[in-house]
Design a protein around this ligand. Structure first.
Ligand code: ASP
Length: 326
């Protein structure tokens, strides 16, 4: 088969394949059984899909080991001539991080859609089957390959760069910052509105297993600088600050960060406010302090971009800032 008609489904675990045991605890199936719920869902959706199991974890345990296998498989799929697109099923806790990382690392581009579920597979009201069917439709759509990585939940199509989990429970748990979703799915019919504007920098040579450690420091009122010092001591390459408002940091923390920059570390200022943009300047003089502003990236996505830039050998603050501004 070389007609590019089939969808490759890669399952990594998450609520979409989970069930509850007799004690009310969520369980993920063994790797060998983790594809089964999705094979059944694909049959019901009537799509030509082949399911491969990459992992079976709650996405709180997602990280470089699973990412390594996932990225390697998608890069290979992009070179094969049989896939119309790829759907990745994933837990919702870190869905936005994997989506953005895949957008950065997968080059050449291929239609790439991630989805999950808020309700377990054995819940009669589970949103998994509908989300999965919608994700298959989006992956099959002719315009999808040009959009970067997309997240499909609740019939909404979100760009990887802007999507975030906004609710811990219930439907409509995902949203996009800025102008909202880039499209919608209605009974299998895909409609794009605005373009997703995928991130322009691609890191086709970077291996997830070799991403350098980058810390994430959450700012809050009355913050103790010892916590900052401890984080910086174990993250010598770089740190992302989830700052206050438009990326502000308390004065004692700014002092620690400036010393870190003087030792050669990279500091990226982002915001703990959902959807908050952090431009250069504002209340903090980034040029003076030697900081980078995260622009529209959330703290966890800024962390992934900084990891990729450092893995690619980028250490110049101005060039790192240019990448965040792209
Ligand atoms: N803890 C689960 C996960 O992220 C939650 C979910 O999938 O909704 O895998």
């Amino acid at each position: 088969m070389a007609d590019r008609e089939a969808i490759l489904v890669l399952t990594t675990g998450g609520t979409i394949v989970s069930h509850y045991d007799g004690e009310g605890r969520k369980r993920y199936p063994d790797l060998s059984a983790s594809a089964e719920p999705l094979v059944a869902m694909a049959e019901r959706a009537g799509q030509r899909a082949e399911v491969e199991a990459i992992a079976s974890v709650g996405s709180q345990d997602m990280g470089r080991i699973v990412w390594h296998d996932l990225v390697a498989r998608i890069r290979r799929a992009a070179e094969e001539d049989r896939w119309r697109g790829v759907v990745v099923t994933h837990g919702t806790d870190t869905l936005e991080e994997t989506a953005f990382l895949l957008e950065l690392l997968v080059d050449p581009p291929i239609a790439l859609v991630l989805t999950g579920a808020m309700l377990a597979a054995d819940n009669p009201s589970s949103d998994g089957p509908a989300n999965f069917a919608a994700a298959l439709s989006v992956a099959a759509h002719v315009r999808t390959a040009a959009q970067g990585a997309l997240v499909v939940m609740d019939d909404e199509i979100h760009a990887a760069r802007r999507v975030f989990k906004r609710a811990t429970h219930g439907a409509r748990a995902f949203a996009s910052s800025g102008e909202g979703p880039v499209g919608f799915v209605t009974a299998g019919y895909v409609e794009y509105g605005s373009a997703a504007a995928p991130f322009p920098h691609r890191f086709g040579q970077v291996e997830p297993a070799l991403l350098p450690e980058v810390g994430l420091l959450a700012c809050h009122a009355d913050m103790n600088p010892h916590l900052c010092r401890a984080t910086l001591a174990v993250m010598p390459g770089g740190v992302v600050v989830a700052g206050l408002g438009d990326g502000n940091v308390p004065a004692p923390i700014a002092h620690e960060l400036a010393a870190f920059v003087a030792r050669g570390g990279i500091v990226v200022r982002s915001s703990r406010v959902d959807g908050g943009r952090v431009p250069c300047g504002g209340e903090i003089d980034d040029d003076l302090m030697g900081f980078v502003a995260a622009n529209d990236l959330s703290p966890c996505k800024a962390r992934l971009l900084l990891q990729c830039l450092l893995a690619d050998g980028e250490t110049e603050r101005e060039r790192i800032q240019a990448a965040f501004d792209a």
